[in-house]
Design a binder for this molecule. Structure first.
Ligand code: NAP
Length: 254
């Protein structure tokens, strides 16, 4: 496939690395210049081209800009009606992208995360996309969503990675205070958490694991009780995204 990436930042770099060696031609835009040059040196399929040429020379165009930049840049580009557009951008609803990318109408939203470079990344998508399946389905977990709101709710939850990593690092730092070995402490906490996370969790699996960590008076239950207020904080933080992500009040499935 002829693939084009507008906006050569962190998430483009991860996707391009994940596509390496699969026989696609890949055009990336020249910004960020250092990132684009690094990708071109690292991935043989990559050519750097101006935004206009990225669009003109691609069957599938990935929109990987910040949304405010996209609103300025996209309307001047030579999109075609037969093109497939895959947007990874926060704050860019499909209706808006249809205006910005006219006459292209085949527009899907997805949420790649940096681990897509290696594979094993969950990829919620709306609407379902045979092109995304073909490009990333073999090595990642494609999760088609029933609505744009459902896709956007995944965007909200994807922000959980940051506070969880923050907690992991806080615990590793606490541990290193006693062992004097920060690298080993980080490796221990990361491996411990990873051990509890199946690649494809089935319903109830995580709740079952939590149940096994609930012995009254045990260290796990004691620490969880000490951190109970964080649960309400998490709900409040996620609910704070509702207006921005176009999510209705209440739970959408109730
Ligand atoms: N990173 C993630 O984990 C993640 C996950 C899901 C979704 N997203 C979304 O993906 C999008 C990109 O995120 P990112 O983390 O990759 O951001 P980023 O690293 O800041 O990448 C954005 C890129 O756009 C470039 N750019 C700016 N103006 C441009 C123009 N006129 N033409 C072409 N390129 C231009 C920037 O170049 P300069 O540096 O030269 O300005 C930068 O390299 C955002 O909408 C974000 O919400 C990110």
């Amino acid at each position: 496939m002829r693939l084009g990436f507008l906006g050569t930042g962190e998430i483009t770099a991860a996707m391009v690395r994940g596509l390496k060696g699969q026989g696609h031609t890949i055009l990336v835009s020249p910004r960020n210049a250092a990132m684009a040059a690094g990708l071109a040196a690292e991935v043989a399929e990559v050519t750097i081209a101006p935004n206009e040429e990225v669009v003109a020379g691609s069957d599938v165009v990935f929109l990987c800009l910040l949304a405010r930049v996209a609103a300025e840049v996209l309307p001047g580009l030579p999109f075609r009606a037969d093109q497939r557009i895959i947007s990874v951008m926060v704050d860019a609803p499909i209706a808006k992208l249809q205006r910005l990318c006219a006459p292209a109408t085949d527009i899907v939203l997805t949420i790649p995360l940096p681990p897509i470079a290696q594979g094993g990344c969950p990829l919620p998508v709306y609407p379902a996309s045979p092109v995304l399946d073909a490009l990333f389905g073999a090595r990642n977990l494609i999760l088609p969503q029933p609505s744009e709101a459902a896709l956007n709710a995944h965007l909200g939850v994807s922000a959980l990675c940051s506070p969880i990593l923050d907690q992991i690092l806080t615990a590793a730092d606490w541990l290193a205070g006693f062992t004097g070995n920060p690298a080993a402490a980080e490796a221990y906490v990361a491996a411990m958490i990873r051990g509890y996370l199946p690649e494809r969790a089935t319903e109830g699996e995580l709740a079952g694991a939590l149940q096994k960590l609930s012995t009254e008076g045990g260290l796990n239950a004691t620490l969880r009780a000490a951190m109970a207020p964080a649960k309400a904080d998490l709900h409040r933080g996620l609910d704070g995204f509702r207006a921005r992500l176009g999510l209705a009040e209440g739970r959408s499935e109730e």
